[in-house]
Design a protein around this ligand. Sequence first.
Ligand code: NAD
Ligand code: MG
Length: 395
Amino acid sequence: MDLVKKIAVLGSTGSIGQSTLSICASHPDRFLPIALAAGSNLQVLVEQCRRWRPQVVSVADEALAAQLSTLLAQAGISAIEVVYGSAGAVRVATLPEVDFVVAAIVGVAGLEATYAAVLSGKTVGLANKECLVAAGDLILAAAREHNVDLLPIDSEHNAVHQCLRAGAPPEVKQIWLTASGGPFRNTPLEEFDRITPAQALKHPTWVMGQRITIDSATMLNKGLEIIEACRLFHLPPTQVKVSVHPQSTIHSLVEYIDGSILAQISVTDMRLPILYALSWPERVASDLTFDLAALSRLDFQPPDPLRFPCLRLAYEAAAASQNHCIALNAADEVAVAAFLKGELSFNGIPRTIEQVLALTPSGSPASIAEVLAADLGAREQAREIVAASHRLPSR
Ligand code: NAD
Ligand code: MG
């Protein structure tokens, strides 16, 4: 049997995608990337093609595909199939030779390819939390039907996955997702409306893509992670708790019914959860060691509901319906993009989400097409709310 796992990386030019390729480079005897999908960063993609010579590469649209083909020809790189769009990402995710798909496209844009990977029986390492928020039930049902392992790469869920190996599901009392609290954990509330994109993009402990970094500053990221955890670990929202832990040393904890709490500690480096997912059920040696002697303190505090209304909104969406979870994510994608362009204030992000949720009818889509339709509708509403808030005098 071939011991080298053949990997498809969805979102190869992003933060998680690049960390995945770095793990492949450190473990060439174990992991070989053979298919890549990305958006529009052609410069990085050409370098990745030069290094890895994948069989197939996908980009966001047809024009980018034409540009990429030209760049590859100029670089003397041949025999790579260039595809594009969601069909292209699906082709990458379902290539027959692929054993393992790393799902790391940001946003609902990653949904169709991730779902297709599950349907074609690939093992999936899931970084894209938006998939589980928008279509968790459908993805998990497909995974059960096709006997597919879904391995969380999101560090908190990866930590929970590790801690759950210590007990049986009925023995779990609750899980604790840790949160750094982001850059505004101690910022006075009256300053929140003046927060700029540059300030919000400075995360204290993690280096990540733009959207998840802003989501960490509003804590909507933790809200999405609560829903992600409910889906992955079959728990109601009441059994998924959040603790603010500024050091980001404990990545999450599982509390068992006998009173034991298990925690996972490691460096704040996404290469470790990626390696864990790629290697599962084995563990593979790495140099990502944690210096316990340098650890001086671990702090925990409850999240502040006034500073972080997004957490409440996520619990409310989780309790309301699947449509509300879709709207929570879609409204946030639109609001974060508007905030980054200077068209919406920081406080405008939770305000937009709250208004979209209030307009959302309860319901549960029966197919990925229905999920995408609900997502589009919520985006449209969010855009209208953002445009209207732009016309109002600022508060
Ligand atoms: P990123 O912005 O750095 O990268 C996103 C990737 O998606 C890029 O390769 C981009 O080209 C690609 N992409 C965007 N739109 C696309 C489209 N329409 N078609 C094809 N590709 C497209 O984001 P990231 O930080 O790497 O995060 C990726 C995912 O992983 C997100 O869902 C995020 O929530 C999750 N995640 C990230 C981290 C982290 O540390 N970065 C941690 C946990 C979870
Ligand atoms: Mg996380």
